[in-house]
Design a protein around this ligand. Structure first.
Ligand code: XIL
Length: 372
């Protein structure tokens, strides 16, 4: 397949982050990563490789605040294998090089997902199970072969569960039983989950294998159903002796969603009881449909909500927290029509504001990490 030299070290990307000034902002000198590390917790963020290279303020904020990075796009299928058999590790290499230069850890996202699929992929999967298995194996082989030296934790499967009836996502998410209806499911049935995990373990025996999903945090009937579906899936995989190490809770939170600590804590403890680690992988927070007046009140509402959820998760034994970006400026919450506001306002759902100043959510995370 001509994959020789795919290693990230050979991608020719120059270190750009070495001489970064450290943006101290208006809080204590330490970034969130340091505050967390003092308590044995790892804090990280999703990053965009292009901004790391081009925007010193952005790069400095990442360098200051995060210990762990995950590429927002660069490790998805359409980035890694835009044409069948042609792997492009350039964009991921930019992120990996920044991580190396700044001594940050890196996690991978995502080996199997129903979005960010290159044009050729769904038609290939539709050709049948044998072809689908081949395509999956080739991708996992090539990608993990290249990333093994630098990525020790991957979201192997992302968003495989359906949203239960009644959830606010139901209209956009066709389901087959508890599973999301995707080209992978249509080609291989739910076994694709088991297969992806086994292929990953085979290729990289000490890699942490994570199942990642959203909508698992709230106190609603449908979130509870989704939690039960996740517990059942994990139980079934473990019973089948399928390798699995962790569950990622995306935690794309919404201030308007009811929350109570007990359901989330019980869920996390249930997963930990089965021997798995639990991570918060994509934390951000959409604001209320009815915004309180003034930025201070808005930020306080986000901070209070985030602190409840993160505090609960940490108390239940979660030891890794990543936000889906650090600043409001670069977030999908303002870019993506599915999640952005329709009233002309922009969500303030990240620890830093659009000018990279620390907000109440930053303080809430710092307090949660410090155990307060
Ligand atoms: C999002 C990106 O942030 C967007 O820019 C992109 O348009 C769509 O994907 N769950 C995930 C992430 O697992 O990969 C998604 O990232 C956000 C939801």
């Amino acid at each position: 397949m001509g994959l020789a030299g795919l290693g990230l070290a050979g991608c020719g990307v120059r270190a750009r982050g070495q001489a970064l000034g450290v943006a101290r902002g208006d809080g204590p000198a330490d970034g969130l990563g340091e505050v967390a590390r003092a308590r044995g917790i790892t804090f990280g963020t999703a990053v965009q490789g292009e901004l790391l290279g081009q925007d010193p303020l952005y790069a400095a904020a990442v360098a200051t605040e995060a210990q762990l990075l995950v590429p927002e796009w660069e490790a998805k299928w359409d980035a890694l294998q835009p044409r069948e058999g042609e792997f492009d590790l350039g964009p991921l290499g930019v992120v990996a090089e920044f991580a190396r230069a700044q001594r940050k850890q890196l996690r991978g996202h995502a080996l199997v997902w129903h979005q960010a699929m290159p044009d050729w992929l769904a038609p290939a999967l539709a050709e049948g199970a044998t072809r689908a298995r081949g395509v999956l194996a080739a991708h996992i082989q090539a990608v993990l072969g290249a990333t093994q030296p630098v990525i020790r934790d991957w979201d192997v499967v992302n968003e495989v569960l359906a949203n239960p009836p009644g959830s606010r996502f139901t209209a956009q998410t066709p389901a087959r039983g508890v599973f999301r209806d995707t080209p992978w499911l249509r080609a291989l049935g739910p076994d694709y989950i088991d297969l992806a995990l086994r292929l990953a373990r085979e290729r990289d025996p000490t890699l942490r294998l994570t199942i990642n999903d959203y909508g698992l945090e709230g106190d609603t009937p449908w979130a509870e159903q989704k939690r039960q579906a996740m517990l059942a899936l994990v139980r079934a995989l473990l019973q089948a002796r399928c390798p699995l190490d962790a569950v990622g809770l995306q935690a794309h939170l919404q201030v308007d969603e009811p929350f109570r600590p007990e359901p989330l804590a019980g869920f996390i403890q249930g997963l930990r009881g089965m021997g798995l680690a639990v991570l918060i992988t994509e934390l951000d927070c959409r604001e209320s449909a009815n915004l309180p007046p003034g930025l201070e009140a808005r930020d306080a509402a986000v901070a209070a909500y985030v602190q409840q959820v993160v505090g609960t998760a940490l108390a239940a034994g979660c030891r890794t927290v990543l936000t889906w970006g650090l600043s409001d400026r670069d977030s999908w919450l303002i870019r993506d029509p599915d999640v952005s506001r329709r009233d002309g306002q922009q969500h303030r759902g990240h620890p830093l504001d659009a000018a990279f100043r620390r907000k109440a959510m930053w303080q809430a995370l710092a307090r949660s990490f410090a155990g307060g």
